[in-house]
Ligand binder design. Structure first.
Ligand SMILES: N[C@@H](CCC(=O)N[C@@H](CS)C(=O)NCC(=O)O)C(=O)O
Length: 211
């Protein structure tokens, strides 16, 4: 299996966590999102992933983008299960995963931030205000959900897809000096996850392309 990703990409980070939880061997192929305007936009990479985003997972003749689809594919190959079998628990896990991966991450993605700072001329202060605003809204709602559903992790005491989606968004928010004091439950779950080997191995700074 080959994973095309970037060390700081939150969606790549999700897939790395899942691969390590499942102990699946993979070759990591770095795609630099910034150098020379972004390698994700090169013709060679666009052939693999027409969306020009990372990650992309290649498993033989199967080529997948969309980290959640990739993780659900990995979940079908090897244990432990990241989406529980119980339908209600599974729906809760997917709901929390989408709160992070579908509602928060896309509006703080690189190309959106580049549009905000560049095309809309909002500059660095505008970018900071944009991130602070959207992260605060998403984390405040997530904190309420976690008070209801969390145990050691987002949903009870087993690691799930929700945890995999949470950690990279906290990592990103830390880069932008977000104030975490209003989210004690979220931060406790985050700390609990940081103690796990799979999450440590997947950390951005531990990747070969980290600078
Ligand atoms: N929904 C996609 C999101 C992919 C995505 O937004 N990737 C970002 C990095 S986290 C990217 O490649 N950004 C490059 C760009 O914006 O040009 C997934 O979950 O895989």
């Amino acid at each position: 299996m080959q994973l095309y990703g970037y060390w700081r990409s939150s969606a790549s980070y999700r897939v790395r966590i899942a691969l390590h939880i499942k102990d699946i061997d993979f070759d990591y192929r770095a795609v630099h999102l910034v150098k020379d305007g972004g390698e994700q936009k090169s013709a060679a990479y666009a052939k693999l992933n027409p969306a020009q985003l990372v990650p992309t997972l290649v498993d033989g003749d199967l080529v997948l983008n969309q980290s959640l689809a990739i993780i659900e594919y990995l979940d079908s190959l090897a244990g432990p299960l990241l989406v529980p079998q119980d339908p209600k628990q599974a729906a809760i896990v997917r709901m929390l995963a989408h709160d992070m991966a579908s509602d928060l991450q896309p509006i703080t993605n690189l190309r959106v931030l580049q549009y905000v700072t560049g095309t809309l001329d909002a500059g660095d202060a505008g970018r900071q205000a944009w991130i602070a605003h959207w992260v605060a809204r998403a984390f405040a709602a997530f904190e309420v959900r976690l008070k209801q559903y969390s145990g050691r992790y987002c949903v009870g005491d087993n690691v799930t897809l929700a945890d995999i989606c949470l950690v990279p968004q906290v990592y990103n928010a830390k880069r932008f000096d977000v104030d975490f004091t209003p989210y004690p439950t979220l931060m406790q779950v985050y700390e609990n996850l940081q103690a796990l080997e799979a999450f440590q191995k997947a950390a951005p700074e531990r990747q070969a392309d980290a600078v």
